[in-house]
Design a protein around this ligand. Structure first.
Ligand SMILES: Cc1cc2nc3c(=O)[nH]c(=O)nc-3n(C[C@H](O)[C@H](O)[C@H](O)COP(=O)(O)OP(=O)(O)OC[C@H]3O[C@@H](n4cnc5c(N)ncnc54)[C@H](O)[C@@H]3O)c2cc1C
Length: 757
């Protein structure tokens, strides 16, 4: 079903790239939803830097969130799925978008807004020694390293900026401003730092008028930034640049801000591209070769209206692109868009001062920067401050979107049976199963490949069977990631017991829909689960699927263990330390995500933690002599800890200050956003011995925060704790930490003592 309403998905538009044009597309569909239309945004980065504010961000005038648009809440506001992935191909034969690291994504229409990257990066040495200014997120990481390197430099440092367009000039000035500020804070002179600007044309800012060029030449001169015109760089080395005349220039770091170029993969997709590899589009922003493909921003070359690659044009193309996508999907005639020829450019000089440029006219002043700042902030508010949306009561889809077969399938959905009839159809199921490739194991006698009534597995002599089941509703609109997390969550019980997972049975409820949608959802969910099962050498041996109101998925997992290998909750010994392997916070973060209050990067980090298998941690705990172990899930840290203390007859002291906390969790708790399970979990606070003022400790509420695919909590003999922690970190459980210790007085019902050391 489409989130916006309870009617099936009929058409899929896949938005590739979260660029400036797609911001408006998302906003447009949020305000004008098309029932039956599903949007999916696939983006390499979750935060789009607003081009107008980028130099100001580099100069230090803006914080990260002031200069970036958070795509996750915006996409959710538009009821769009957001997939954090990089697209690297298009499969027109099967109507699939191909991404790195996840199954293909079906499309009926595609819109491409993936920006560009600096050109000429293929010259010798550029790969190793030049820092391209795009992709911007990667640049920003390198920029932080570079500022550390430069501010820590003991000798003369030569910084080269290659590219004399607006981007290069702004970058040189912003960079210098920021570095000088940092050096001043350290009471250091800036004499040792020189900045050189290289451009291959005979003047800087060649696409702007002479006045603008003059003004900027003057500013650069005043700031001791040396301009090198007619310098085409042909090689970059660790400490110098070479130009085509053979001149060598010192360069300890090189920022690469040359003309925009297109990613190479596009040219191999079959789409029409121009000589430089940009997608050629007509006046409707529609590909000249594929009528179900649209493109905008830097990546598009509008055949009839060539314009410079600039954020301004990408922004302007957003609304017409959105309208044409909505029209195309509803089979309405498209509307031509003609971009204006001239536009007002406000180019900053690094120091809260700007120079205006429009055709043959120019002005400058600090007041212009103030106006630019005001315009830019207003633009950002449009996308970062999202209004509450009222849901339409009984939306109807435009019948033009669906063909005869689809209409027939939609009418059949209303008459779906319950009971066995609620099963996913056998052809859909067998098509999905045929596409899955579960691992095989010698101890699986009858598995998925053999059509029988039940799976049959062997229990090797001397082994015990360890069994567990988990099943829950999807909390994210990404079936592939959900499948992975659900599988990790289910396997975690087995690993917490110190067992090896042998086989699993899946149970899936797929939202009602037309056949190909049901098949796709099932396939994506199962693929996610299977990736995790296969990675842990667990054979998928069967399952059951049905259709229902919403996507839910779970697994029944069977593990194997030697009797002496089994770790239980009940073995804690006085003197043991408590080790937790993952940070807390998924409950509050995903409650906030549903309300569009969580930042995309917090959710991304939380998802990464949930995708981390507990397998290696379980074996590590066992090897370091764990006396008790459990996984932290729905009852929260305290709930699961109390299960351990009560069954072990021991007490524990828990240090609130040591709890590992996910980014954003404290902020969300401060705004009183909790999971719906929090209240039930809080009832267990009676196990805490007089917490006194520690109830006001900022970490206190996180004791009750329910976790999905949370970490392992184990009691480890104190002597082994150091080695165990070191190994956990090596095994890529970076949040692992000692959070408390086990004491002996296990009589009282209040057997958890809180401290804040
Ligand atoms: C230093 C500098 C300063 C600039 N200053 C200005 C300015 O002041 N004003 C101005 O108008 N322009 C400016 N520009 C130009 C401006 O940045 C670009 O023209 C603008 O960003 C292009 O926007 P876009 O929407 O095409 O793509 P972008 O804003 O670059 O967005 C591309 C998006 O696509 C995603 N993406 C990329 N590849 C993939 C993939 N394969 N799969 C999935 N997602 C992908 C990225 O993560 C990103 O979300 C500046 C450029 C630079 C380098």
């Amino acid at each position: 079903m489409n989130n916006a309403n309870n009617i099936p998905v009929i058409k899929d538009i896949v938005l590739i790239g979260g660029g400036h044009s797609h911001l408006s597309v998302l906003k447009y569909f949020a305000m004008h939803p098309v029932p039956g239309l599903r949007l999916t945004l696939i983006t390499r980065d979750l935060h789009t830097p607003y081009s107008g504010m980028l130099p100001g961000y580099i100069a230090g005038h803006y914080q990260y969130d002031e200069a970036h648009i958070d795509l996750r809440p915006l996409a959710q506001f538009a009821q769009a799925r957001i997939y954090h992935a990089e697209v690297n191909d298009l499969d027109f034969e099967n109507s699939n978008v191909i991404c790195a690291g996840r199954p293909p994504v079906h499309f009926d229409f595609i819109s491409i807004n993936i920006g560009s990257k600096p050109g000429a990066l293929h010259i010798p040495g550029a790969d190793n020694f030049a820092i391209p200014v795009k992709p911007i997120d990667r640049f920003l990481t390198q920029w932080d390293q570079l500022t550390d390197k430069i501010t820590g430099a003991k000798n003369d440092f030569h910084l080269a900026v290659v590219g004399g367009g607006a981007g290069g000039v702004e970058m040189a000035l912003a960079t210098q401003y920021r570095l000088f500020q940092l050096l001043q804070q350290q009471n250091r002179s800036n004499d040792f730092l020189s900045i050189d600007l290289y451009c291959d044309s005979d003047r800087i800012l060649p696409t702007h008028n002479k006045q603008v060029q003059k003004r900027f030449s003057h500013v650069l001169q005043q700031r001791n930034i040396k301009i090198h015109i007619n310098h085409r760089i042909k090689e970059v080395q660790q400490s110098y640049l070479l130009n085509t005349n053979g001149d060598q220039h010192p360069a300890d770091a090189v920022l690469w801000v040359t003309n925009a170029s297109a990613p190479a993969w596009l040219a191999n997709t079959g789409l029409d591209v121009d000589a430089e590899g940009f997608i050629t589009v007509n006046d409707y922003l529609q590909s000249t070769s594929h009528e179900n493909v649209f493109a905008a921003g830097d990546i598009a070359a509008v055949v009839n209206h060539p314009r410079p690659k600039s954020g301004v044009f990408a922004v302007r193309q957003g609304p017409p692109l959105a309208r044409n996508l909505a029209r195309a999907v509803q089979k309405k005639p498209l509307k031509a868009f003609s971009p204006q020829k001239n536009f007002l450019g406000l180019i900053s000089t690094g120091d809260k001062y700007a120079i205006a440029s429009r055709s043959n006219w120019s002005l400058e002043g600090a007041w212009l920067w103030k106006i630019k700042d005001w315009i830019d902030r207003r633009f950002m508010d449009n996308f970062n401050i999202l209004p509450e949306m009222a849901q339409e009561e009984t939306p109807r889809f435009n019948h033009a979107m669906a063909d005869k077969q689809t209409l027939h399938e939609i009418s059949a959905i209303a008459m779906r049976c319950g009971g066995c009839g609620a099963k996913v159809g056998s052809t859909v199921l067998s098509r999905v199963v045929n596409r899955l490739q579960p691992i095989t194991r010698d101890d699986v006698v009858i598995g998925l490949a053999d059509p029988d009534d039940a799976a049959v597995t062997e229990v090797p002599a001397g082994k015990l069977i360890v069994q567990s089941v988990d099943y829950f509703r999807s909390f994210i609109d990404d079936p592939y990631i959900f499948g992975q997390i659900a599988a990790n969550h289910a396997l975690s019980d087995i690993f917490a017991m110190g067992a090896e997972a042998q086989s699993a049975m899946a149970i899936a409820t797929i939202p009602y829909g037309i056949e190909n949608q049901v098949e796709d959802q099932l396939f994506q969910t199962m693929s996610g689960a299977l990736d995790v099962l296969n990675a842990s050498n667990t054979a998928l041996v069967g399952g059951h699927s049905s259709e229902g109101a919403e996507l839910s998925f779970g697994l029944s997992v069977t593990g194997l263990a030697n009797r002496e290998q089994v770790m239980r909750k009940s073995g804690m010994q006085a003197g043991d330390v408590l080790i937790l392997t993952k940070a807390l916070g998924t409950g509050t973060l995903f409650a906030a995500d549903m309300r569009l209050k969580a930042k995309g990067r917090w959710i991304d980090a939380a998802l990464k933690s949930m995708l981390l298998s507990n397998q290696a941690a379980g074996f590590c705990m066992h090897d370091h002599g764990a006396t008790a172990c459990t996984d932290v899930t729905g009852f929260g840290l305290l709930g699961h800890l109390v299960e351990m203390t009560r069954s072990s007859g021991k007490s524990v002291t828990l240090d609130l200050n040591s709890l590992p906390i996910m980014d954003g969790a404290l902020e969300m708790i401060k705004t009183s956003i909790f999971s719906s399970l929090q209240e039930q979990n809080v009832r267990l606070r009676r196990a805490i011995k007089d917490p006194g003022e520690l109830t006001a400790h900022k970490h206190f509420p996180l004791l009750f925060d329910p976790q999905t695919s949370g970490g392992l909590l184990a009691a480890i003999p104190a002597d082994n704790a150091k080695a165990c922690l070191a190994e956990l970190k090596e095994l890529a459980y970076p949040a692992s930490v000692v959070i408390g210790k086990v004491t002996d007085d296990g009589e009282s019902l209040e057997n958890v003592t809180l401290i804040a050391d």
